[in-house]
Design a protein around this ligand. Structure first.
Ligand SMILES: Nc1ncnc2c1ncn2[C@@H]1O[C@H](COP(=O)(O)OP(=O)(O)OP(=O)(O)O)[C@@H](O)[C@H]1O
Ligand SMILES: [Mg+2]
Length: 235
């Protein structure tokens, strides 16, 4: 069943100039879906539109069938959709624990169990809970950013370039964590520069270019597609 559907969405940063041109995409319950494409293709813009940071001028964004297009982000977050931006995704001057608490700020129930869950997924964050996030390595910052998003107990997680700037060993460990999160029942839409590795852990993928759909298929089909390989997977 489709838990999230982007239906023919046109959106941009100003009303006069669209960046996304009639984009369509679906995320089914339980899936990991990758979005790949060159720099400037509109991948981050698409995630921003889904999370309510941009209001589409056309089309619908359906969360379990409800159109959330243009709804404010905190309302979308309350409906179980969390977002980890590509940049500025932590509060550097706050401690790890404070960052996680910020992630739960719209919750009015007891979130201590959720925090324990985040700590068991990322034990290093527990050890260093009182450390300022700004002093952490890139890989650990990414864990804080993901942990913060998980504090809402989301059913859908949007991840924008979680492996950006990380050394290969940390890339694979972040991807392992993403698979673990998915195994707990969270559906995941992920944008990745590291397209080949991302597709390998995904069920399906979408290729975007210049704000438009270029192709979508099962990950294996995309990985084996010669044109996709040449153009988007680095040979
Ligand atoms: N805040 C902004 N205001 C105006 N235009 C923007 C803004 N952010 C991005 N753009 C433009 O929107 C287009 C798509 O950018 P976007 O960041 O969505 O691409 P991307 O596919 O995520 O690229 P990358 O792989 O480099 O992260 C680009 O032409 C970019 O210059
Ligand atoms: Mg981007």
């Amino acid at each position: 069943m489709s838990i999230l559907k982007v239906d023919n969405v046109t959106a941009g940063y100003t009303p006069e100039s669209s960046i996304l041109h009639g984009l369509t995409l679906e995320l089914n319950e339980g899936e990991i879906v990758s979005i790949i494409g060159p720099n400037g293709a509109g991948k981050s813009t698409l995630l921003k539109a889904i999370f309510g940071l941009l209001k589409p001028t056309e089309g619908q964004i359906l969360l379990r069938g409800e159109n959330i297009a243009g709804m404010p982000p905190f309302k979308i977050a309350k409906k179980g959709l969390s977002y980890v931006p590509q940049v500025d995704n932590i509060f550097p001057s706050l401690t790890i624990q404070e960052n996680l608490e910020m992630g739960a700020f719209i919750r009015d129930d007891d979130y201590s169990g959720t925090m324990e869950g985040v700590f068991s997924l990322f034990p290093v964050l527990k050890e260093r809970r009182n450390t300022r996030a700004g002093t952490l390595s890139g890989g650990q910052r990414q864990m804080v950013a993901m942990g913060r998003a998980l504090m809402l107990n989301p059913s859908i997680l949007l991840l924008d370039e979680p492996s950006a700037g990380l050394a290969p060993i940390f890339v694979s460990s972040i991807f392992e964590k993403i698979k673990e999160i998915n195994a707990t029942g969270v559906s995941i839409l992920i944008v990745e520069q590291n397209a080949k590795e991302a597709l390998k852990m995904s069920h399906r993928g979408y290729v975007l270019a210049m704000g438009r759909n270029v192709m979508d298929d099962d990950s294996d089909a995309l990985l084996n597609n010669e044109d996709v390989g040449k153009l988007y997977l680095g040979g």
